[in-house]
Ligand binder design. Structure first.
Ligand SMILES: NC(=O)c1ccc[n+]([C@@H]2O[C@H](COP(=O)([O-])OP(=O)(O)OC[C@H]3O[C@@H](n4cnc5c(N)ncnc54)[C@H](OP(=O)(O)O)[C@@H]3O)[C@@H](O)[C@H]2O)c1
Length: 349
């Protein structure tokens, strides 16, 4: 990435359906100078998430400021502080937080931007900074909060997981199988992704694009489901509700199959929860920020122990951010979709 300017992706028009190249505007401006109480951040990695399409539509489902046409798109990333005029944030520090789709940012490091110092972990006192864009970032916190704080998993649970090859899903499958001892059946689109999820914690895989979902769940989980971790909503959630064991739990993480529909999906069988004393519980990752340090310590420990393989799917080059976002909705990513903007920092305090 050139260090001669600040490159940005801004909203050119609100997307309809999946994002299109015409929805994005490439903007170049001078690298900004920090004032008193501010720092200059240089972007190394950016993470991508389905929610960014909603940001581009001017919506703020996660409490970020609603964007207008012409604004820089929201997105969290990993950055180095290259100039500091802030008493608490020192030059050389690696941080992760709300960077926006840009290669530099001046920031007063406000609570709204949710910046965290990248911890040093691992045998050489470091895991790669790149992990902060996903596995040791908001995706990791989402997987941890969704599985442990919301799903209350138990050893031996018969578990169904949709979106299993995606960012959150590929972590949940490994945490459930390798840390808790659940029996995980994952769902993903296509043979390659099904092979992938079987190497990442899933005992069996359902190719939801080519198999009958209900019949496949019955075949792999004939006695039913104790825990369903739902990333997709829609017909898959409906099918899971028909197959609950006693005291089962459904975690409402996401509903990506519904995001680009014109008419909302109407779930008609939620009352199935009654006959098995089951529960369906949502969670929102930002409501779990108070657990950040403990969760990152847990996840880093499991990476170092080999219980959690960190799977991040990189596009290389900031110019490819629009394609990377579209990829999520086409289902092209395996693991957390990220963008490598500048690679690892040379020196990191
Ligand atoms: N509650 C929270 O706080 C929270 C936090 C983070 C994420 N989320 C939600 O969790 C879900 C997963 O997020 P993520 O970051 O891990 O995204 P992601 O999985 O990395 O990307 C989306 C994946 O969903 C699958 N998909 C796309 N369209 C689909 C469809 N129509 N039906 C079924 N699957 C489809 C694709 O895999 P296939 O090729 O296998 O279809 C794709 O790889 C999303 O719904 C997201 O909005 C919620």
């Amino acid at each position: 990435m050139c260090d001669d300017a600040n490159y940005q992706w801004r909203i050119a028009r609100y997307p309809i359906g999946n994002v299109q190249p015409e929805d994005f505007h490439w903007h170049v401006e001078e690298i900004p100078e920090p004032k008193n109480g501010e720092v200059l951040l240089k972007t190394h990695y950016l993470g991508l998430a389905p929610v960014m399409r909603f940001y581009m539509m001017g919506q703020n489902p996660s409490g970020e400021t609603a964007l207008k046409i012409g604004n820089v798109i929201h997105g969290r990333g990993v950055a180095q502080i290259v100039k500091s005029r802030h008493p608490d944030w020192k030059e050389g520090m690696m941080v992760q937080g709300q960077m926006g789709w840009q290669t530099y940012k001046v920031s007063a490091m406000t609570p709204q931007e949710k910046f965290f110092v990248m911890p040093n972990y691992g045998p050489n006192n470091k895991l790669p900074a790149a992990l902060g864009a996903g596995v040791l970032g908001m995706t990791g916190l989402s997987a941890h909060a969704g599985l442990f704080a919301t799903g209350s998993p138990k050893k031996g649970d018969k578990m169904l997981l949709s979106g299993a090859a995606g960012g959150v899903g590929s972590m949940v499958s490994q945490l459930a199988a390798n840390v808790v001892g659940c029996d995980v059946v994952g769902m993903a689109g296509g043979t390659e992704k099904c092979d992938f999820i079987k190497k990442h914690g899933c005992r069996a895989a359902i190719d939801y694009k080519n198999e009958d979902i209900a019949a496949a769940i019955d075949a792999h989980l004939p006695s039913g489901i104790d825990l369903y971790f739902d990333n997709v909503g829609g017909e898959t959630l409906q099918a899971a509700l028909e197959r609950l064991r006693m005291h089962s739990r459904i975690v409402l993480c996401g509903s990506i199959s519904e995001y680009t529909r014109r008419d909302p999906f109407s779930l008609s069988n939620y009352t199935r929860l009654r006959r098995t004393d089951s529960m369906m519980k949502g969670f929102f990752v930002y409501n779990h920020l108070h657990n950040w340090e403990q969760v990152m310590d847990d996840l880093a420990g499991w990476i170092i122990d080999g219980k959690l393989k960190a799977v991040q799917d990189f596009v290389h080059g900031f110019e490819h951010m629009p394609r990377a976002l579209a990829n999520l909705y086409y289902g092209n990513n395996m693991g957390v979709q990220c963008c490598n903007v500048r690679g690892e920092p040379e020196i990191w305090n």
